[in-house]
Structure formats: structure tokens, C-alpha cells
Design a protein around this ligand. Structure first.
Ligand SMILES: [Zn+2]
Length: 182
């Protein structure tokens, strides 16, 4: 599937839509994670349910994220499956803006967009929401006996390879920074 086609799946048309409540659903799958070009989540199936409430000059959105995604364990670097389950809300205010510029996102929870916009693109919003919802540290959870479920061979190799502890910079912030600079 082409990049543009994948992006298109995350668009919602708002032009010519009557006031009222609507629901949509979008799925983030492997293609989504590949196209996003960000490497923390590299696979998964995440179902996003969206409730849209359309008013004359405003749209309220409620997002429900549910599913699983794969990331690499910070400790042993092997893949770990993360359970995804969280909600977000977004307010989109329609403004009379001659330039029609999408002048978001000083505040990520409120967008100001031109009232003549045809559609909204949630691709980046969804990806950023997923990144922000991830735990600070991604590691294999302990098993029922409290033992680490990390790959012991990998851990041993890593200990041998690293001369000292690596500085711990949360890779997600690096990714977000890059995203914001675009
Ligand atoms: Zn691990």
C-alpha cells in the first residue's frame, strides 16, 4: 500500500457535515508504523474508535485506543508486546482564517483550523498520542514469580559489550523532537 493511501485512512471529512454525533474507527497496523518513519513502535494492531460531535464552530473528538504494539525492550533489546488502552480528547475550533493555515498546535489538545477545511488528518495526532501513552521505560514485565522475562543471553551479551552504563535518554523524546521540527 502506498504512503498516501495509508495516510488517507486517517482523514475525516468535515466539510458539509451536519451538526450531530458521529463515530469512526481507524486501525493502526504494521503499515502504519512503517510509514510513520518512527522506530519505537514497529508493529502492532491498534484499534482507534473516534466519537465526533459536530457543532457550528467546533468539533469535539473523543479517541479510544485499544490494542497491542511491539517495541524493543530497553533492557534486553528484544521485542516486547505492549498493551495499549487509553483515551484522549481533542477540540477543533473552526476559525475564519483567510490564509486557511492549519495553525495548530500550540496546544495539542486544541486545534484551530480554517472553517472551510475539507477534512482533518489524524495520522500524526494518533502517532503522537501513542508515543505519549507509552511507559517511561519499556521492559519485559516480570513473570508470576517476580523474575525478569528478559532474554538472559541478550542481557549477558549486552553487559559484556557496554563499557559503562549508557546515558539514559528517553528515545521517545528524541523522536518527538524530530517530529515537531518537521
Ligand atoms: Zn527485555
Amino acid at each position: 500500500m502506498e504512503t498516501r493511501q495509508i495516510h488517507d485512512k486517517f482523514k475525516i471529512r468535515i466539510a458539509g457535515i451536519a451538526a450531530g454525533s458521529f463515530t469512526f474507527s481507524m486501525d493502526c497496523d504494521k503499515a502504519f508504523f512503517e510509514v510513520s518513519g518512527l522506530s519505537i513502535l514497529h508493529d502492532g494492531v491498534i484499534h482507534v474508535r473516534i466519537k465526533m460531535e459536530k457543532m457550528e464552530k467546533m468539533l469535539n473528538f473523543a479517541f479510544q485506543f485499544e490494542g497491542k504494539a511491539t517495541a524493543n525492550c530497553d533492557r534486553c533489546l528484544e521485542p516486547v508486546t505492549l498493551k495499549i488502552d487509553f483515551n484522549t480528547t481533542l477540540i477543533v475550533t473552526l476559525v475564519n482564517n483567510k490564509n486557511g493555515k492549519h495553525k495548530a498546535n500550540e496546544n495539542d489538545d486544541i486545534w484551530f483550523i480554517d472553517e472551510n477545511s475539507y477534512e482533518l488528518d489524524f495520522f500524526h495526532y494518533i502517532y503522537e498520542s501513542l508515543l505519549l501513552a507509552l511507559p517511561q521505560k519499556i521492559v519485559h514485565p516480570d513473570d508470576e514469580n517476580g523474575n525478569s522475562a528478559c532474554n538472559p543471553e541478550m542481557l549477558e551479551k549486552l553487559t559484556q559489550c557496554s563499557p559503562s552504563h549508557n546515558q539514559e535518554i528517553d528515545p521517545r523524546w528524541e523522536t518527538l523532537k524530530k517530529l515537531k521540527l518537521k
